[in-house]
Design a binder for this molecule. Structure first.
Ligand code: FES
Length: 161
């Protein structure tokens, strides 16, 4: 491990090192380390990713592969609340496209965009593992199941935000 990595905060390093203590090689905590930095910063910049990779003794390319595979790691800035709308088969059959249209209309953003007040980012996501309760989405840490167009008012407020 590198002694001095100014890009990562002491708190981030402390949390990452606590994870490393439980595994045989630092690279084994790649996803955890990405999540830790994202929890502190909201997303993982190129600079952060390179610092994490150095700390875990792996290449930035290897870590980028992990971050890309794990679609809950955000590689661009996001809003305070990230809406992850599942668009895999079960949710698609149950009308996720209509939900997306309604969310986009309510918030005034397309997929991949963030509201001007930085409150919401709307992103597509592959199966969230709750197919029997489709359509589903996550807003922040909260999973919303069996969403109806009418029910969207309860999630974002009747005023659309
Ligand atoms: S297809 Fe949406 S949760 Fe599985």
């Amino acid at each position: 491990m590198t002694d001095l990595i100014p890009v990562l905060s002491d708190e981030e390093l402390r949390e990452i090192n606590a994870e490393i203590a439980h595994v045989p090689v630092p690279a084994a905590v790649a996803i955890d380390a990405l999540k830790i930095v994202q929890a502190h910063r909201g997303w993982v910049s190129d600079e952060s990713l390179q610092a994490i990779a150095r700390h875990l003794e792996m290449s930035a390319e290897e870590l980028e592969g992990v971050a890309t595979f794990y679609n809950l790691i955000f590689r661009r800035p996001v809003g305070e609340n990230v809406i992850l709308l599942c668009n895999s088969i079960s949710c698609w059959i149950k009308g996720c496209d209509k939900l997306q249209a309604k969310i986009s209309a309510q918030l005034g953003i397309a997929l991949g965009e963030t509201t001007p007040d930085n409150r919401y980012t709307l992103l597509p996501v592959t199966c969230l593992g709750a197919c029997d309760k489709a359509p589903v989405m996550m807003v922040g840490e909260e999973l919303h199941e069996n969403i109806s167009e009418q029910g969207l008012g309860d999630v974002f407020g009747e005023d659309g935000g």
